[in-house]
Design a protein around this ligand. Structure first.
Ligand code: NAD
Length: 231
């Protein structure tokens, strides 16, 4: 039977997890600001110097594992009481799931899984430990983080596009909208959908979105509370 609930798509980026202690990439305080991300998180870097790439990701695995969901993640999970909610995230942490969201699409992969370097479809759950050189998959190939490196295709893009098209409301949070093709998804939303973007700053405001500048933990619970009241 078709659900009578309205559809909400929540699109998130690194900014939603910033107040959980996970630094954004384009943040001045970013630990890796001395190194160009494009030199570190690429397919080429993995082939050329896997140890260096693992050091970068092992740090992020540990940080993500220690972080806790914040008020914004929790408010989004609450929306499921009265709406069909899909979360489309660029984030590789699992804070949406740990806050209780049940339908989360990770466009750029997940740090709580590892994959075979032979075949990206061979994945295993991974719980916060560092990935070591010499740790191998069942086909005897090195394990690597289950993340999309620059130069690799984004995951679940068609599914994400369809969800965007069908959304009655879209809430985008904490993305600079500078990484494509993920950022372009916001333009797929219907003209009839209510569209809100919350961030400290954005590269370019997408057409037809109400932009609310500020912190996710203050603004997201208030937007979600309004939507729950009107449901
Ligand atoms: P980004 O670093 O480009 O942009 C972050 C945005 O969040 C900025 O616009 C910033 O102004 C805003 N922001 C910062 N703190 C905020 C807060 N407290 N409340 C609201 N907004 C805040 O990140 P992006 O747009 O997600 O894209 C870049 C890539 O970063 C993605 O590929 C993603 O995989 C990766 N990333 C993920 C994590 C994570 O999983 N937590 C962390 C860092 C980077």
């Amino acid at each position: 039977m078709e659900s009578s609930k309205k559809n909400i798509v929540v699109f998130t980026g690194a900014g939603i997890s910033a107040e959980s202690g996970l630094t954004t990439f384009r943040d001045n305080k970013g630990l890796w600001k001395q190194q160009r991300l494009e030199d570190l998180a690429t397919k080429h870097a993995w082939e050329y110097d896997p140890e260096r790439v693992l050091a970068f990701y092992n740090h992020r695995i540990a940080k993500a594992n220690a972080a806790q969901p914040n008020a914004a993640h929790h408010a989004i999970a609450e929306l499921e009481k009265y709406y069909d909610v899909s979360v489309i995230t660029q984030n590789v942490d699992d804070l949406h799931e740990r806050a209780g969201s049940t339908n989360v699409i990770h466009l750029h992969g997940r740090l709580n899984f590892v994959q075979s370097s032979l075949d990206a479809s061979v994945v295993y759950p991974w719980h916060g430990k560092p990935i070591l050189i010499g740790q191998r998959c069942e086909f005897n190939c090195q394990l690597r983080p289950n993340v999309v490196l620059f130069g690799e295709p984004v995951l679940h893009l068609d599914e994400a596009r369809t969800l965007m098209l069908e959304a009655d409301k879209v809430l985008a949070v904490g993305s600079s909208l500078s990484v494509q093709p993920a950022a372009g998804l916001l333009n797929e939303a219907s003209a009839h959908a209510e569209k809100i973007l919350i961030s400290k700053e954005v590269k370019t405001k997408p057409f037809d979105y109400q932009f609310i500048r500020g912190n996710a933990t203050e603004l997201v619970p208030s937007v979600c509370a309004n939507w729950l009241r009107e449901s």
